[in-house]
Write a new protein. Sequence first.
Length: 395
Amino acid sequence: MKTLQLNKGRESSLLRRHPWIFSGAIDRVTGNPSSGETIRVQDASGKSLGVAGYSPTSQIRARMWTFTNDEVVDESFFLRRLRASVARRETMLNDPQRTGCRLVYGESDDLPGLIVDRYGDYLVCQFLFAGVEKWKSVIVEHLRALVPCKGIYERSEAAVRAREGLEPAQGVLWGEEPPELVEINEQGRRYALSIAHGHKTGFYLDQYDNRELVRQLSTGRSVLNCFAYTGGFGIAALQGGATHVLNIDSSAPSLELAAENFRRNGFDAQRYTNTNANVFEILREFKQGQRSFDLIVLDPPKFAETKAQFKRAARAYKDIALQAAALMNPGGLLVTFSCSGAIDLPLFQKITADAVLDAGRQGQIQHYMHQSADHPVGLPFPESLYLKGLVCRLD
């Protein structure tokens, strides 16, 4: 087997079972491995640390398959890993009130770079690492056997593919082409989503628990749902008894699907309004017009892809939180999120606190939020915790 040898002293993260090997940690690679090829990883003395998939163009030059020297990476290896990942979610998969669920969450499930989501009768995959790309056909065959479904679809268009030296890929991998809209049930809420055209794999499954919390907090409140996408939090708010929900998003197609979702859930059209607008601009307009709300949800897209962008992202998070805080009725709730990995929770809390202060308000944190249980955080892999959120009561 071809080998990757680390520089002296650079094995400590692997001994803690962190799966990534960066290019700067490498002394030499022998045998000229191809993209995605399985290689032996050694410390500076030549001691084997396990085996990894190799990615010659990425800064993350290799990702560990196993830290066990006698475990062979073959078809049965992926069957074992996939079976274990699905088994961890057995209760979720058997819940008729939860027909959307993440089945595989990359490194947290010991399958680096692989994402698999279930939407009803269809599975959607993302292959975001050269190693899983090489084993794609094997992984698809195992998924067919493990999870009954009508079709398996690929949505591997993320920017990380380019860093892996891989072209974007989208389309049917096995079985039926999914219909234009697939419906899932989430605790009695019906959400239609587009597997082929929706964000990521079609829907934000990671907000499952947080939508339920918003449902519980919305009774008798007027709600402003910013970056509404297809209405996830807005529908949860109405289910919880909100008096009215105003959904704001810059994407007209997303709001069209949101309108369909509100209809599917049987809500009176007088109880919600969908507005196509730039959130940053309309919050300022609302302030000038002295609009106010009892609960505001801020669920923006990722503002920082890398650490180099975190200052710009911090300014954007502060801006929207400041504008939202100025619109809050006394005793109102600010529900604010960041999915930017470069913004950790302490920094996000500080940004929010500064924004509330600059808006001339005081507040308290009532809840901390993070991604749902089908997106587990691997103990040796803190990077898997990306979604963080706060519920703040403002005086």
